[in-house]
Design a binder for this molecule. Structure first.
Ligand code: ADP
Ligand code: MG
Length: 451
């Protein structure tokens, strides 16, 4: 087992940068092997994400070269191992007498309230979640959280579970599952033709049910029936249930009326649309969580990423991981600039948006290109040559083409005061009245940014 991994590491070492190897692979080892499925232990979440996103194909390729068979590899962090050991899920065998359901239903320890950033868009949901985490009883039962995907529902569910376990009831039986897990389990259970009682019985001693993406149950009549029975048992026994969904209860088409009625009996909260400032906060928090100084990434870059990926926090996560990857590969004292960030983010699938959508960055790119400068010169502090003029023009174009507050434009240009931005824009406006060359330049730039 150890040998095999040593061989893999040796080969990886020849393929990638030394500093990347040292950071990402030096401290990994095989935690578990079952046939050709490997569980590899890694020190932390950043390493895990980076390997999964950037090196997992290399690892699989090397394994299949070495062993002439295909492998399946999962990466787990030290924290996950600790948590799963506590729950005796990864190592211990299920007891033989009782049927084991939902074997993978363990709480991911990395999603907590501490690292859930709160802004206007999600405050209500976070407060309700924290309330039910802190309090027993049945006020707000069930708590029903809904939002578009990628905005933190699953994170909140785990946070509740982790909180209860750590602070209130150490040996609580907490069950996190997505509705899809439930459907799958139900299907294989029915196939096994076991007594229907036993799946229900499995839930008798559950203290807290965290049920994710309940909309998936729609149109699955039999599964719904089973879920309804379990749901009622839990509610009647005064057990806490938290549900999430991509719609509010009344809009859940294809779900039985009696279920919908019950969902409405507790408290329903919505997660709205995130704003860019909160996304910047989320990014900073993520830097801190990964043991990483936020200063290592230029403030403009954080703002730029937030701006481009604020629609979906999962994408924001992906973008962040790419940045961390870049930052870790570059020398200790170097800051990641906006140019470098654009380059790596362009490799992300959703990165397409970065260049096509009209946003501040596109305007910066176009203006920089026109004046043969780099975007970071535009947003930087240099004051020679045409830089100042180009900078003022960029501010002017951003203000006129996008609905961006002066304060934010100031932030984008290295933390300038909004009055400075205002006076730059006024100056351009004034000169435009008389300066023919400037008129032509602006007309051409307007054309290019709308391409
Ligand atoms: P959903 O379940 O609504 O689709 P998730 O809970 O899976 O969304 O969130 C997507 C990603 O965004 C996760 O990595 C999560 O940790 C992160 N995330 C979402 N909301 C926040 C927040 N408020 N603070 C920090 N990270 C967040
Ligand atoms: Mg989710």
């Amino acid at each position: 087992m150890t040998r095999l991994w040593e061989k893999v590491l040796k080969k990886i070492n020849t393929r990638i940068d030394k500093s990347a190897y040292d950071y990402f692979f030096a401290d990994t080892y095989i935690y578990q092997q079952r046939g050709n499925s490997l569980v590899v232990a890694v020190p932390n979440l950043v390493v895990k994400n980076t390997i999964e996103n950037n090196y997992s194909d290399d690892v699989l390729e090397i394994l299949s070269e070495l062993e002439e068979q295909n492998f399946e590899v999962t990466y787990v962090t030290a924290e996950e191992i600790k948590a799963s050991k506590e729950e005796e899920k990864v190592v211990s065998k299920p007891s033989k007498s009782e049927p084991e359901f939902f074997k993978n239903a363990f709480l991911k320890p990395e999603f907590t309230f501490d690292n859930f950033v709160v802004g206007d868009f999600n405050k209500e949901a976070q407060q309700a979640a924290l309330y039910v985490a802190k309090n027993g009883g049945t006020l707000f039962n069930p708590l029903f959280i809904y939002s578009r995907s990628g905005l933190g529902k699953t994170h909140l569910l785990y946070a509740i579970g982790n909180y209860v376990k750590e602070n209130r009831i150490k040996d609580a039986k907490i069950l996190y599952m997505s509705a899809q897990d439930f459907v799958d389990e139900y299907v294989s259970y029915v196939r096994g033709e076991q007594e229907s009682k036993s799946l229900k019985a499995f839930f008798y001693d559950v203290d807290l049910l965290l049920f994710d993406d309940v909309q998936i149950l729609a149109e699955k009549v039999k599964t719904e029936e089973m879920f309804f029975a379990i749901y009622q048992n839990l509610i009647n026994a005064g057990k806490r249930i938290i549900l999430t969904s991509d719609k509010q209860p009344v809009d859940l088409k294809g779900l039985e009326e009696r279920l919908v009625t019950r969902f409405k009996q507790g408290l329903t909260v919505k997660i709205g649309e995130p704003d860019v400032d909160t996304c910047v906060e989320i990014l900073k928090q993520k830097c801190i969580n990964s043991g990483f100084k936020p200063e290592k990434i230029d403030a403009n870059v954080l703002y730029f990423v937030a701006e481009n990926y604020s629609k979906d926090l999962r994408e924001l996560d992906g973008a962040f991981n790419q940045l961390v990857f870049l930052a870790l590969k570059s020398p200790e004292d170097k800051t990641i600039t906006i140019d470098e960030a654009i380059k790596v983010l362009a490799t992300l699938k959703s990165g397409k948006k970065v260049s096509t959508q009209l946003n501040e960055q596109k305007i910066l790119n176009v203006v920089a290109d026109y004046y043969k400068l780099t975007p970071s010169q535009l947003t930087g502090k240099d004051r020679f040559g045409q830089i100042v003029l180009a900078r003022h023009i960029a501010m002017y174009l951003i203000r006129n083409n996008l609905d961006v507050p002066l304060k934010k434009i100031g932030q984008l240009f290295g933390g300038k005061d909004h009055t400075t931005v205002m006076s730059a824009i006024t100056k351009v406006d004034k000169e435009l009245k008389t300066d023919k060359q400037l008129q032509d330049a602006i007309a051409e730039l307007e054309k290019r940014i709308k391409k």
